[in-house]
Design a protein around this ligand. Structure first.
Ligand code: AMP
Ligand code: MG
Length: 418
């Protein structure tokens, strides 16, 4: 149960040499085959299990419903005891209600008062709705035409004892918790939460909320990425900001590798003079620059730092979020035990026009209004207001595209990424 998973392979982020811009799907496929779960397991109470990932298949301990029961308020009897034509049946004394079994047997040719959810008493296999009956104290009358087993639920028709009701890797929803409770579980085995350290890099950054000098900007990426991780049910670890300085960065990465299972950095990931994240990872011999054919998104720096995977995201907030959603999210899903999880998209008519060149995939900030997809007016990758305006992304294909009003496009709501 608590076996430590094996470490990732040193070459897990290697890309084939000589390839220039890697298509998005190929880059994703590379992550998919190289990464695996790196966290152990624990048992938690189901009331604490929302958003957690099951670490094994879960079987029903008990059938739901446990016994055949009535789906309505009405009267129960044995179908085989009915004659032809309209019916008049004497009532058996007593009644069957939910939670309280009627212990006796209902004699053939008699009916019993029964309420929704009550287990069918012996001698009852069919229920007639009370609205379809004329009843006195002692008998009921109803028209011909009742079907055998009407208004009843079979034992185990929802889930039978021993059935797998939820698969390993499932991210538990409120409805899943209901199912787990209904089939007899109090605790469930889940993966320990993947701990993800978030680190912002750049000499120009200052922490939000404080004073900022000319030339400084507030660190916007960190709160965004920490929030994203929380929404994804992972455990965010805030590692603050660090200057564009090799030694300081090295120390902070060491700390991050100690505290977390994954490290997300933003900024300094390209190949420029001040791109210290990529330079440092390069120095350590651990860097793979992933030049992915997508917009927005500068090169993504992927590396292992002391065995801990690092996703070096671009500094621009738009690129940082898109790269986090498109690449870091599915990768973290694998590391966290969720398996490979594709975000579910919708095909919807466009309320915008766009000419797109071939050669790279494009993600636009978008939202749906009146059943149509709108995109943010500016594509600038520093426009945080556009990220906030948007409620998801439009994904345009790698090939060229000429989108006119009403053409269908692929929309990925932000919620598809949780
Ligand atoms: P870099 O990738 O470090 O070259 O940064 C690209 C752009 O993103 C620059 O304009 C940075 O100032 C900006 N940037 C980098 N990190 C952050 C951050 N944490 N919050 C907001 N903007 C950032
Ligand atoms: Mg920078």
């Amino acid at each position: 149960m608590s076996l430590a998973p094996p470490p990732l392979r040193d070459d897990c982020f290697a890309l084939p040499a000589g390839v220039d811009w890697t298509p998005v799907d190929e880059a994703l496929q590379n992550l998919r085959v190289r990464l695996h779960c790196v966290v152990g397991c624990e048992e938690v109470k189901i009331e604490q299990a929302l958003g957690r990932l099951l670490s094994s298949d879960i079987k029903a301990l008990r059938s739901n419903p446990p016994l055949p029961n009535s789906a309505v308020d009405g009267y129960g009897f044995a179908f085989a005891s009915l004659g032809v034509g309209n019916q008049c049946l004497p009532l058996t004394e007593g009644r069957a209600a939910a939670g309280l079994r009627f212990e006796g047997k209902v004699p053939s040719g008699e009916a019993i008062r029964i309420l929704t959810g009550a287990a069918l008493p012996d001698g009852v296999d069919t229920v007639i709705l009370e609205e379809d009956v004329n009843a006195s104290e002692t008998e009921i009358a109803f028209r011909a035409g009742v079907k055998a087993f009407a208004n009843t639920r079979k034992a185990g028709e929802d889930a039978a004892a021993g059935d797998v009701v939820l698969p390993k890797g499932r991210c538990l929803t409120p409805a899943d918790l209901a199912l787990l409770a209904a089939v007899g579980h109090g605790d469930v085995p889940v993966y320990k939460r993947l701990r993800v350290a978030v680190l912002s890099t750049g000499d120009e950054l200052v922490a939000h909320g404080g004073a900022a000098q000319d030339g400084q900007i507030y660190d916007a990426n960190r709160v965004m990425l920490l929030g994203l991780l929380a929404q994804m049910g992972l455990e965010p670890v805030d590692l603050g900001q660090v200057k564009d300085q090799r030694e300081a960065l090295k120390e902070r990465l060491d700390e991050a590798a100690n505290l977390a299972d994954v490290i997300l950095t933003s900024g300094g990931a390209s190949a420029g003079d001040e791109d210290h994240v990529s330079a440092l990872l390069q120095e350590a011999g651990a860097l793979q620059e992933w030049r992915i054919a997508m917009k927005p998104g500068r090169p993504l720096a992927l590396a292992l730092w002391q065995g801990t995977p690092v996703f070096g995201l671009p500094g621009n907030p738009v690129a940082a979020l898109v790269c986090a959603l498109i690449f870091a999210r599915p990768a973290m899903g694998l590391l966290a035990g969720r398996g490979w999880n594709e975000p579910q998209s919708y095909t919807l008519p466009a309320a915008f026009e766009k000419h797109k060149k071939p050669g790279r995939r494009e993600y636009l900030r978008a939202r749906v209004r009146g059943g149509k997809v709108e995109v943010f007016a500016s594509e600038g990758s520093g426009r945080i207001s556009g990220l906030s305006w948007a409620e998801g992304l439009v994904e345009l294909p790698d090939s060229a595209a000429e989108i006119t009003l009403g053409d269908t496009v692929k929309f990925l709501p932000y919620s598809a990424f949780y």
